[in-house]
Design a protein around this ligand. Structure first.
Ligand SMILES: [Zn+2]
Length: 173
């Protein structure tokens, strides 16, 4: 069974619980007065979406304030960062965005973090938030949103691996 649903009708967290296949479309309705009866005409356009993702890494130390466990001790990670841009339209070359543009913006942000003690940075110091992978992903997202010129594309998500087996994703809904 397939139901066509306009994006935004249901909060996204409900959709997986409905156990049906959804196809997302743009739907517009127009109402026409037909001899006193209201006819509803519907048009729709199928969604298409490309995602372009780039992975880079940086090395940095941190400790988690007020944490009850080993992570409260100073230690380091090689943080892998994956950034994903999404959009529906490709340019004349068939690209959503040039990988090199994404890499350039990522390099700028990663330079701030590489070989640092994250807790020393204003965003993650005593006046800032704890330098968890979650907050790092949010920080990268905000930096890239400022630095990338995206036009009709958008920054879909930023994923940060604290280890090969553990990662976090930040995105805006
Ligand atoms: Zn850690």
């Amino acid at each position: 069974m397939e139901i066509i649903v306009k994006r935004g009708i249901f909060p996204r967290f409900i959709l997986p619980k409905l156990k049906m296949n959804f196809r997302f479309v743009d739907i517009s309705f127009s109402f026409v007065n037909n001899n006193g009866k209201m006819d509803c005409k519907m048009s729709n356009k199928e969604y298409k979406m490309f995602q372009v993702c780039v992975q880079m890494h940086f090395d940095a130390a941190h400790f988690i304030r007020n944490y009850d466990g080993k992570c409260a001790n100073l230690h380091g990670h090689r943080w892998n960062v994956v950034v994903c841009i999404e959009g529906r339209e490709l340019d004349d070359l068939g690209m959503l965005i040039d990988f090199s543009e994404v890499k350039k913006a990522m390099r700028k942000s990663l330079t701030l973090l590489d070989h640092s003690l994250l807790n020393d940075l204003p965003s993650f110091g005593p006046q800032g938030v704890n330098p968890t992978a979650e907050h790092l992903a949010q920080f990268m997202f905000r930096e890239l949103q400022n630095d990338l010129v995206l036009g009709d594309k958008r920054l879909a998500w930023v994923k940060i691996y604290e280890s090969p087996d553990t990662w976090t994703i930040f995105k805006e809904d």
